[in-house]
Write a protein that binds this ligand. Structure first.
Ligand SMILES: [Zn+2]
Ligand SMILES: [Zn+2]
Length: 455
């Protein structure tokens, strides 16, 4: 599946974990958010983290809770992002458990514990060690790793884990999540030329996104429509990544005069904190974004259209805000967070536009909207979907099928075994077929908990 990324490597007498993400999208999946039994923390030597998204780092506090004292290696920007996301996640766990326990007490039931606490999150954050991009670092005996740009979110990486045993070295490549190469702000992904094993993500293994140019045209059209009808535009976006990208495109469109400026609200305290992390890492920006940010800085009359809302009261006040306006709020899959309230107020109005920019897992409200359901249930209420739902796949932070194949092409000549993860079965199978056709390589599509041997 797309969430819950985790791979345990056992080689040269050592055990190294690559990512330990949370499952997201519906209660059944979220029940999997625990430490699997076979994950013996006492014998775990090191953890490598590709990037700070929750579906890659979300279970790390469980390791600290189980007594893990080793290192978690990640780039400096990933460490900051993971800190933001894990602290937030711990707070949500604590408050949701408290809410459930109030009910359980009233029902005469015993109290539950949160999966992990702020203390566990802080404990694992103390284990983080920064690694530079593009330099080999020592992981544990016989294991060295090189982290390179993945172009997917700030700090994101693909990792080459080189394992040496008996004078032989094997290169195990972990793609992490790979960006499409056309994302603003971020630099493009880099690939590896030598591989014995490649664990490749397959989120969009069955399709190509529309080009960034076409996507921007569509985005611009939606903005014009909303301006005309004085409609509100709701963008469900995870606080980290898409939010900064949407703001970037808006700044660009406003600056160029293609779209008349209107109020834009980032309704997420976490997104505001993520923005500040972005601004602390200009070294990771591409050249174009330096220009755009500079232009915004020099233009106070444009800056006043961009607002960040902190408090719940400010967020609620947005319901009275007339159109045109654009509100970006999390969660990206519409299953929690402030966006849910904006959708409740907006979905039944035909002048509302909802722009879906990220992956929508099965079982989430976002997926139901994308699937075109005429009614949805929210807060026990049946709500008609009259709003226009747009899916802008071209804004995705994930490479489409062709870009995944291009990335793999760098090392395909060295004949690696390919393992597909981070994808539903349909896209995985489609990507496996394309890999067989183009490179003649066999791919494995393991289920969770399955062990593969590299001889
Ligand atoms: Zn990601
Ligand atoms: Zn991911």
């Amino acid at each position: 599946m797309v969430t819950g990324s985790a791979t345990l490597v056992e080689a040269a007498g050592r055990r190294v974990l690559v990512d330990f993400g949370a499952f997201q999208g519906g209660r059944d999946l979220e029940r999997l958010n625990e430490k699997p039994e076979q994950m013996d923390v006492a014998t775990l030597d090191a953890v490598l983290l590709t990037h700070g998204h929750l579906d890659h780092c979300g279970r790390l506090p469980l390791l600290a809770k189980a007594g893990y004292k080793g290192h978690v290696l990640a780039t400096p920007a990933t460490i900051e992002m993971a800190g933001l996301i894990l602290r937030d996640s711990a707070k949500i766990q604590e408050s949701e458990t408290a809410r459930r326990n109030r009910r359980r007490r009233r029902a005469g039931l015993s109290e539950e514990e949160p999966a992990f606490t702020t203390e566990d999150a802080e404990a694992i954050l103390k284990c983080f060690r920064p690694v530079p991009y593009n330099e080999a670092v020592e992981v544990t005996d016989g294991h060295r790793a090189v982290f390179v740009e993945a172009g997917h979110m700030l700090g994101s990486t693909s990792i080459d884990l080189a394992v040496s045993e008996g004078g032989e070295t094997r290169h195990l490549i972990f793609s992490g999540d790979i960006g499409p190469g056309s994302l603003p702000i971020l630099k493009d992904s880099r690939c590896f030329t030598q591989a014995d094993l490649v664990v490749l993500e397959s989120t969009y293994g069955d399709r190509d996104h529309r080009s960034m140019g076409e996507t921007l045209e569509e985005f611009e059209e939606i903005l014009h429509e909303a301006i005309e009808a004085k409609g509100r535009i709701l963008v469900p976006a995870f606080a980290v990544g898409r939010t900064q990208q949407i703001i970037y495109h808006l700044v660009e469109l406003f600056l160029s005069g293609r779209v008349e400026p209107f109020p834009v609200y980032v309704d997420s305290p976490m997104a505001s904190r993520a923005n500040r992390i972005y601004m602390r890492h200009p070294e990771l920006f591409d050249e174009e974004s330096h220009k755009v940010y500079k232009a915004l800085e020099d233009n106070p009359s444009l800056r006043r259209f961009f607002h960040e809302t902190e408090s719940v009261e400010e967020s609620m006040a947005l319901n009275k805000q007339g159109g045109p306006c654009l509100i970006v709020a999390s969660s990206g899959m519409c299953h929690a967070g402030r966006i849910v309230h904006h959708l409740r107020h907006g979905l039944w109005r035909k002048e509302t536009h909802v722009i879906i920019v990220g992956y929508q897992a099965r079982g989430t409200l976002g997926r139901r909207l994308v699937d075109g359901e005429p009614h949805v249930r929210m807060f026990g209420e049946r709500i008609a979907v009259k709003a226009k739902i747009h899916t802008l796949g071209g804004f995705s932070a994930h490479a489409g099928r062709s870009a995944l194949l291009e990335w793999l092409a760098c090392c395909a000549h060295s004949g690696p075994k390919v393992v597909l993860n981070h994808g539903e079965d349909g896209p995985r199978a489609a990507l496996a077929e394309a890999i067989r056709e183009r490179f003649g390589l066999e791919t494995a599509m393991p289920q969770m908990g399955e062990t593969l041997e590299l001889s």
